[in-house]
Design a protein around this ligand. Structure first.
Ligand code: GLY
Length: 257
């Protein structure tokens, strides 16, 4: 199964322009050394500096991230280099449609049972409000309220990539591999350190420009999503370890040899 092709095909069918991955070295962006997310190449569109070729875009972006580097090698899920499947809206659709697309894609296209999906939403902090709206849309689309977890800014507010720039509250989808992969603790759930719940897709509501001290409203409300290719491959191949997926198989075989 070519997940990249299915993902891009789905969003193309839903009016998105498909663009190639940008390079790992961002162009004209001194805020980061390497491309860390799909939204990186689109920062001028979010900031209103440039007009996007279309208000809906989808990509599969090669990313290099060191924010989790202390976990790499110690967990089954953290990587420095990975590919990110993303759909983006620049002042076009917002929370309601982004949530609807994500569930429709997972449940009706990848055939993942909705019972296996849990979500995290932003609980609010200081001047930033709790995201009750997302909770409502998840419930409307069939997610049981008991499977909606509330997380603070550390977990459920994404960006900016670098010290300043576009950012916003986010909501994340987790896949439940089942109790046999869990730690058995009473409070085990999305966000637990064990291997049971794997965070697979992050939907960011990019509505602010952080200037280093304040969150300023962007000219429009936007969407930036990121789903790790290696993680969704792990889900579809029935293993909680990204290293055991077909994406790594040849590399591991070569090392063994
Ligand atoms: N930009 C969305 C993410 O990296 O999760």
């Amino acid at each position: 199964m070519d997940i990249r092709k299915i993902f891009l095909g789905y969003f193309q069918k839903n009016g998105h322009l498909i663009l190639p991955s940008a390079g790992l070295i961002p162009e004209n962006d001194p805020s980061v050394l390497l491309t860390t997310a799909g939204m990186q190449q689109f920062k001028p569109f979010y900031l209103g500096i440039k007009k996007p070729p279309k208000s809906r875009i989808a990509t599969v972006q090669k990313c290099f991230r060191t924010s989790d580097i202390d976990s790499v090698g110690y967990t089954e899920r953290h990587l420095t280099f990975f590919e990110m499947l993303g759909n983006f809206s620049f002042g076009d659709y917002f929370k309601e449609e982004a949530i609807k697309y994500s569930l429709d894609f997972m449940v009706n296209n990848l055939m993942i049972p909705i019972e296996k999906l849990w979500v995290g939403v932003f609980s609010g902090e200081g001047e930033l409000f709790a995201d009750k709206e997302s909770e409502k849309y998840w419930i409307e689309n069939g997610i049981d309220q008991k499977k909606i977890y509330w997380f603070d800014k550390k977990e459920n507010f994404w960006g900016p990539a670098g010290d300043t720039g576009p950012c916003g509250p986010c909501t994340e989808i987790y896949y439940d591999f089942g109790e046999k992969f869990g730690c058995g603790k009473k409070d085990c759930g999305p966000g637990c350190d064990c291997e049971r719940f794997l965070e697979i897709w992050n939907l960011v509501f990019t509505q602010y420009d952080y200037n280093g001290s304040r969150y300023i409203d962007l000219p429009s409300k936007n969407i930036d999503t990121g789903m790790g290719l290696e993680r969704i491959a792990a889900v579809l191949e029935g293993t909680p370890s990204v290293f055991k997926t077909s994406l790594f198989k040849e590399i591991v075989e070569k090392i063994k040899e």
